[in-house]
Design a protein around this ligand. Structure first.
Ligand SMILES: [Zn+2]
Length: 116
C-alpha cells in the first residue's frame, strides 16, 4: 500500500527531530498533500494509526492539507487551476502544460509536547 510507505517516511523524519527536541509526545503532524499524488485520506489515517502504535507519535492528530493542482501553459503562458483529470489550457486549449502545484508530499509542521 502506497500510503503505508508514505507514513513510514513521515515518521522516519518526525521521530528523530521530536526526540532531539526533547519532546515527550508528538501531538499533531500536518502534511501538505497535492491532489495529483492520489493519496487516499482514509488509507493514510489507517496507516498512521497502525504505524504509530507504541511510538512517541501514538495518538497524534494527523492533519492533511490538500493542495489543489495548477499548471502553466507553454503556448500562451496562462496559469490555471484544474482538477486531476483536466490539464488542457482553458485559455487556448493547448495540452502543452506543466504542473506547478499538486504533487506536494511534505511535512508542513509538527506539534510536540515538551516537558516543563
Ligand atoms: Zn494556453
Amino acid at each position: 500500500m502506497h500510503e503505508m510507505s508514505i507514513v513510514a517516511g513521515v515518521l522516519d523524519a518526525v521521530t528523530p527531530s521530536a526526540e532531539q527536541a526533547g519532546a515527550t509526545r508528538v501531538l499533531a503532524i500536518t502534511l501538505l498533500v497535492g491532489d495529483m499524488t492520489e493519496v487516499v485520506d482514509e488509507a493514510l489515517s489507517f496507516a498512521f494509526e497502525a504505524l504509530t502504535e507504541g511510538t512517541i507519535c501514538e495518538g497524534a492528530r494527523l492533519v492533511v492539507n490538500k493542495v489543489h493542482p495548477a499548471s502553466v501553459c507553454f503556448a500562451c503562458g496562462n496559469e490555471f487551476d484544474h482538477d486531476r483529470f483536466h490539464r488542457a489550457c482553458p485559455a487556448c486549449g493547448s495540452y502543452e502544460t506543466q504542473l506547478t502545484r499538486g504533487r506536494e508530499l511534505e511535512i508542513e509542521s509538527i506539534e510536540v509536547d515538551l516537558p516543563e
